[in-house]
Design a protein around this ligand. Structure first.
Ligand code: UN1
Length: 509
């Protein structure tokens, strides 16, 4: 097991062991199945995890409910101070935790550490938020009345995160949930349990030091645990990140019990290169957008829509960049690696099936198209051309480093294609023209949640609201006013007069 290998000493630094308990309900436990966590670059076992059962989940919910009763009564800036300490604790473990993200998920080290940085950033944000999540006072039509709006916490926030961002997505949700007075109950992806466990250890260390109850609970597990979490009415908000298919099922279940929902589902993100684009910058953006995280970000560039004037030159340059990348394929923890493996065998199978289908549909594989001959789940990053903009394969999301390149006559056509897919997460346009810029960001432009100009569709920072429209689910996480989703709004009419006037001037006598 890699945990016993001195080259991976950061695992022990994070408090991990050969067999790790996958449930934290105030104590570390777990009565579900034993599972192995795998390094996707080598297929070697990192360590084992004792997962949670539905009974364990029940114990987490009980713990969380009790913790909530205490936590909601703490002054909000005090809660913010705890979140600040969590951010500081994460700073201490930035490198080992980032390395673990890389090792268990398969993304390169710079991106693994970047993910922890995202969590740290949102802690800073939430600390400030704890003093700023203001309500408002509104004018009343009645004499000596005011209308007050107050944001109250919900209770337990359930967080179901995906393998591709095993640390940051929990962070976005938990930091904000805690600051506004909620407690969190987390189920990380079944294939990245060590990140969940190590992260929870870091966070709970801070809680213990402050003699606080476990406002953070964790229950690693599979579908059974997930289903119970989604169906349980004590979990007031379910924040789910994953596929549109599963997200829809989650949405229906939560709606059945009138729970609250944040859905962060599939993306089918386009990058448009207009004829007046800065060519080199656009090339860098396409390269990062398509290749980063080996094509496994929700925001990965899946469609490249190039103006016909630049099409040939751009495509040739991009192909050359892809070929050059082959020298930079390697283990994610190797500092020279720019391109790592896919996460698991299922991802490789999806990749293969999609390539086969593309070829059947008449697609041309410009570069890539093969599973690599080496241990782990490596596949060649792939560029496909010669398909219709609306061919079925392009209309769906394949979570792999495959990009479809389309030739557009003009910006209007490119925007039409950008918007014609079901998903609506991220999008970007390269242009130097002010008119094109405004067309793109307004009602005639991109219908996505993220609408970038002269930068890649992926790699958003925490300050903005993150999320997308249509089959992406409509939820927003992270910055801006996303925090409102973690609250219930109380509209309070306060009468400080000696009379009881009714609204709309109604006389009731
Ligand atoms: C995801 O892929 O689930 O904007 C999240 C980005 C990252 C987050 C992606 N900040 O690409």
């Amino acid at each position: 097991y890699l945990i016993d290998d001195p080259n991976f000493s950061f695992l022990k630094e994070l408090g991990l062991e050969r067999v790790n308990k996958g449930v934290y309900n105030g104590e570390w436990c777990g009565s579900g199945e034993l599972s192995k966590s795998i390094d996707p670059a080598t297929n070697e076992v990192i360590a084992e995890v004792q997962n949670g059962s539905v009974d364990d989940l029940e114990s987490c919910i009980k713990t969380a409910e009790d913790a909530y009763k205490h936590w909601r009564n703490m002054p909000a800036p005090f809660r913010g101070e705890i979140v600040r300490q969590i951010g500081d604790e994460l700073r201490k473990y930035r490198e080992p935790l980032g390395k673990l993200v890389s090792l268990e998920m398969g993304k390169i080290q710079a991106e693994g550490i970047g993910e922890v940085q995202e969590f740290i950033d949102i802690c800073d944000y939430a600390t400030g938020l704890s003093r700023m999540f203001a309500g408002q006072i509104l004018p009343s039509e009645r004499n000596q009345h005011v209308i007050i709006e107050k944001w109250n916490p919900l209770g337990i926030v359930g967080i179901i995160s995906a393998f591709n961002f095993p640390n940051a997505v929990f962070g976005w949700n938990a930091a904000i949930a805690l600051a506004v007075g909620n407690v969190s109950l987390w189920k990380g992806a079944p294939s990245t349990p060590l990140v969940s466990i190590a992260t929870t250890k870091i966070v709970t260390e801070v809680l213990k030091r402050n003699n606080l109850p476990p406002t953070i609970t964790l229950c690693q597990g599979g579908t059974e645990v997930g289903k119970k979490l989604v169906a349980d009415k004590r979990v007031k908000l379910v924040s789910f990140t994953g596929s549109s298919k599963v997200g829809q099922e989650v949405g229906v279940e939560v709606q059945k019990r009138f729970g609250k929902l944040i859905l962060e589902l599939g993306g089918n993100n386009a990058l448009i290169i207009n004829d007046d684009a800065d060519f080199d910058m656009a090339l860098d953006a396409a390269f990062f957008g398509c290749i980063g995280t080996a094509g496994q970000r929700c925001t990965t560039t899946r469609r490249l829509i190039i103006h016909e004037k630049l099409y040939d030159a751009f495509l040739q340059k991009l192909i050359a960049r892809y070929k050059g990348l082959m020298k930079r394929v390697g283990h994610p923890l190797d500092s020279s690696t720019l391109y790592g493996p896919l996460h698991n065998q299922q991802a490789v199978d999806n990749y293969k099936a999609t390539i086969d289908e593309a070829v059947k549909l008449g697609g041309k594989i410009e570069v890539g198209g093969n599973v690599m001959e080496r241990p782990g789940f490596f596949v060649e990053p792939t560029i496909v051309t010669n398909l219709l903009h609306d061919s079925p394969i392009i209309m769906r999301e394949t979570f792999a480093p495959i990009v479809y390149v389309l030739k557009a006559k003009n910006l209007e056509q490119a925007i039409e294609w950008n918007n014609e897919v079901d998903q609506g997460l991220s999008s970007a346009l390269f242009t130097k023209n002010l008119g094109s810029t405004f067309k793109w960001i307004t009602e005639n432009g991109s219908d996505c949640g993220i609408v970038n100009i002269n930068t890649s569709p992926s790699g958003a920072e925490i300050g903005g609201a993150f999320g997308g429209e249509k089959h992406t689910g409509g939820g927003r996480e992270s910055g801006s006013d996303s925090w409102k989703q973690y609250c219930r709004r109380s509209t309070i009419t306060l009468n400080y007069s000696q009379q009881l006037p009714l609204a709309q001037g109604i006389i009731f006598e």
